[in-house]
Ligand binder design. Sequence first.
Ligand SMILES: Cc1cc2nc3c(=O)[nH]c(=O)nc-3n(C[C@H](O)[C@H](O)[C@H](O)COP(=O)(O)OP(=O)(O)OC[C@H]3O[C@@H](n4cnc5c(N)ncnc54)[C@H](O)[C@@H]3O)c2cc1C
Length: 200
Amino acid sequence: MTRKHDLVIIGQGSAAFAAAIKADELGVSTALIGTNETKGTLLGGTCVNVGCVPSKNLLTVGVSYYDSIREPFGAIRYGKTKLDFKRAMAEKDALVRKFRREKYAEVLKGLHNVEHISGEGRFVSRDEVKVGRRTIKAKKFLIAVTGGDAGACTIDDAQSASEVVSAAVASAESGAWVKVPPVPGARYGGEPTVTSGQAG
Ligand SMILES: Cc1cc2nc3c(=O)[nH]c(=O)nc-3n(C[C@H](O)[C@H](O)[C@H](O)COP(=O)(O)OP(=O)(O)OC[C@H]3O[C@@H](n4cnc5c(N)ncnc54)[C@H](O)[C@@H]3O)c2cc1C
């Protein structure tokens, strides 16, 4: 079965969502393709599941606990502190679930021009991506699977594709290195459009 969209976004992390929200605003018919389980990440990608959110939550727990033992401020009367690590992890998991629901799952429901397709996207031609048994044909592709586990190659290493837009690539001005996401079957070339810079 082949479906047609104007835009295919591969990835379902923060970069993919930012693009999907904008595409929806502009009325662009979009397919958002994301694996549900890649190295432990779910809808929302690295940041909400295994990156920014859980790490900052656990770091804050750690700092609070450490301060309570170290008693750095004379103005605070510290009491006996006990750390329940199991509970800290459960609270962190609950926060991640809440953010994933509120910031991603519910946002997705409101994007009426965006079809979410669960699974790994694989390029099978210049303008087609396969997800399981479905083929999605589009005019433009945005690869937003970089983040924590980007592959890298130089633009010169690239072969050809109609138009591949990488959402999170190394600064174009700095020249040589562009992070190329590890999307199976993708061939990069022509003039990749840098939509936002991220130090590589
Ligand atoms: C521990 C940690 C802490 C961090 N803390 C911060 C912080 O405090 N502040 C900050 O700004 N940044 C932080 N980051 C970085 C931040 O998490 C990433 O920069 C950000 O999540 C990248 O988002 P992304 O959308 O580019 O990619 P990701 O969120 O990684 O999303 C990519 C998605 O694409 C999916 N995918 C991969 N291949 C395919 C395919 N072929 N087909 C379909 N889907 C595919 C993956 O399963 C994943 O869901 C942290 C990262 C880590 C690891």
